[in-house]
Design a protein around this ligand. Sequence first.
Ligand code: NAP
Length: 460
Amino acid sequence: MLKMEVVAILSVNPATGETLRRFDSLGAAELEAKIERAASVFRVYRRSSFAQRATCMSRAAEILEGGKDRFGRLMTLEMGKPVKAARDEAAKCAWACRYYADCAERMLADEKVSTGASLSYIRYQPIGPVLAVMPWNFPFWQVFRFAAPALMAGNVGLLKHASNVPQCALAIEEVFREAGFPDGVFQTLLIGSEEVERVLNDPRVAAATLTGSEPAGRSVAAVAGRQIKKTVLELGGSDPFVVMPSANLETAAETAVQARIINNGQSCIAAKRFIVAESVAGEFERRFVRAMESIRVGDPMDESTQLGPLASAQILDGLDDQVQRSVAAGARVLTGGKRLDRAGQYYAPTVLTDIPKAAPAFSEELFGPVAALFRVRDAAEAIQLANDTAFGLGASVWTNESAERERFIEEIESGMVFVNGMVVSDPRLPFGGVKNSGYGRELGEFGIREFVNIKTVWIK
Ligand code: NAP
């Protein structure tokens, strides 16, 4: 057995910098035992009925709802999101659990196909232990939107969560255990990212899903590719928020602020580039800047806080560096543009404009409360700018003209388009991107079919 270095995994409160807990990463023998348990429980669990799985999944939903205050506080403590949003996140996980508990059997039922054989059909079968490499920004939601469909399909889950949310990772494992899933159906692996390759190389692990940054996605996909294992990648985004002259400007500007600062600005589908038609840009800018300046920044445990701290000192430094380099390249700061002078990792709600192509704010993902504002002549230029990015996750377009709406839906390069609303995830709708935002889909019916063997059956 190869040796593994034991490293410290720290849970740190980003609002205060206080270290809350310290865990040792798994040793080689512990990791081996967990992978073996996943493989052996899969051989039994795959034969469980949908009804049995649904009973446990519905129970998981009840536990999440009953414990949403406790789970919400835990998320806020470890990564700093406003506590109200954290509670809502726990409740949304319950929704996903119920959705798949109710729909999985129908979604994965045998499907007859007429061919000339006496009988031919498609059967969906689970594929085995799936490794989920997950980010800290939605520490419960990201995990449940993988785990609810994967477990309902008969797979088992191995979670390598982000290193800064170990308490959330362990709490999620506990939810599944308490819900009655057999021991080993869902396990948390407290390991660093350098151990992901070892787990993925293991022949007992069937596939992987990663939500996170582009470099992490490339690395996991490369390892999985060498092993010929299926992957789903949910990566970064620099979503456009396009406002055309026919839009309701008041609603668009209010929603724009929410779409930018959601989750302290640290959401893959947060609107990041605001592309506004010249004729309404002045008014939109005034409303948007005023609303950004009136955001209540503060302690994320305070019920009235709208914007809390960034999740780590590294993220704060990285964001400030992107802003300063953008300004050096010629961008103009309409508001903010600096760290806040207070304890914790706070950044001022910021709006940048006149952004040249060479500036980081033009081409990089801004993971924090920093908006990039652009003016365009017409719909054609808006589409050209919306697509001038390596990413393609979501897009929000604001127009009340039907021909224009159709054009945006057709021509914007993204996995999701929302018209006159901000981009959100919903258990019933597929979620995912194109280009460097990744491939594969989570949620909806497509989500449950990512990790199944689609078996063709043909009987003469
Ligand atoms: P990250 O640094 O890529 O980390 C994500 C996960 O990948 C963590 O568990 C991390 O482990 C692991 N990881 C990092 N480098 C790795 C490597 N080389 N090999 C294997 N695993 C590796 O991303 P993050 O900062 O946590 O999350 C922010 C990013 O996630 C943003 O780009 C955001 O847009 C994206 N995101 C996308 C979606 C979506 O659905 N498309 C949703 C949420 C977030 P450690 O923590 O131990 O490093």
